[in-house]
Design a protein around this ligand. Sequence first.
Ligand SMILES: [Zn+2]
Ligand SMILES: [Zn+2]
Ligand SMILES: [Zn+2]
Length: 327
Amino acid sequence: MTLAVCTACGQYKFGALVRCERCSHLPVTALDKAKAMTVSDHNFGGETLEEFKNLIEAGTELPYDPVSLASSSAPFQEEAYFEENFDFTNGMLSCKRCNCPFEPTSEEVFCPRCMEQANPLLSVCMSCDKVYDSSGNFCQKCGNRLIQRSERRALEVGREIAVSVRRILSNKDPLEQCELLLQLRGQLPSEDLASSQHEFENFAMYTAVMALRQFVESGELLVAIVKEMVEIYRASFVIQGVREVDSQQIPVLYMRRFDEYDRVVARNPDQWMLLLADTVTKNCYGVERHLKAAMEMVLVTGFFLKVMQDVCRSILMGREAPSPKAG
Ligand SMILES: [Zn+2]
Ligand SMILES: [Zn+2]
Ligand SMILES: [Zn+2]
C-alpha cells in the first residue's frame, strides 16, 4: 500500500489518491493527483516524506518540479478526458487526437489509427540496440526477431526523457567546469537569465534527440517521442502559470531550434561539434565566434550526449549500457 502525505495539510495517509481523514482534501484535478503521487513512497523514502510532512504542516509550498508534474499528470489528464467524453449510451469515444469516434476496448483515448501513429508500442532488437514501432517482427538491420516491450509506448518514453533532461540539469550545474561560460552567464542581466536558461535546456533536449536517433530507426516513431518531450515542456509552462493559449507557441519555438541545430550539424560533418557549440553559445549567452567559449560548450555537449545516450538506452531498451569487457 502506498504511504503518502496529504498535499493540503501534511497528514500521512494510505493511498495517494484517497481523501485525507484530517482535512478532507481529495485530489481531483490531474495536477492535484500528480502532486499527490509525487509526495508518496513511490518517489521518496520515509525520511524525505517526513520532511515534506513538516514543510506542509508549517505552511510551506513544496518545490514541485513543473516538468515532473507535467509528466505525471499526463496519464491523469487522459483519464479525465475519458471520463468526460465517453458516451455510455453507445460505448463510443471521440479520439483525443483526431476527434473520430471509436469504440475503446480498455480506457484508451486514441483511436486505433492514432494509437499506431502517435503512441505505438515499442519493439526492440537486443543485438543491435535498435527500437522500432511494433508493426514489424524483424530487425531491419540484422534480421533478428524483435522483442516487443510490453506496455512501453512512445508517449511514455517521451515523458520519461523530458523528466530525465530536467533531472540532469538540476542535479548539478553542467557549466561547473566552464570558467568562461559561467562568467558569461553571470554577466547576464537578471531579466535575460531565465530565457537563457530555457535556451540551454532546449539545447540539452536537442542532445537527447541526437541520442534518440542512434536507437530509433523510424522517423515517425522519433517524431512521436520528440513531440511528447516538447509537449511535456509546454505543459510545464502552463503549470507555472503561462496561459494555455500562449503556451501553444512553445513547441513551435523548440522545434525551430532543433531544426536550426540540425542544419548546423549537417553543414559541416567534420567540425559539427564546434559549430554547434558556437551556435548554442550565441543562443544562450549572445557570444559568437569566441573560440574559448565554444570549446567549453563542446565539453558540455560531449557530456550531454554521453548521459542522454545512457538515459535513452535505459528508457528504450530497459537496460544499461553493456559493461566494457575486462582485459
Ligand atoms: Zn489533509
Ligand atoms: Zn484518432
Ligand atoms: Zn538488429
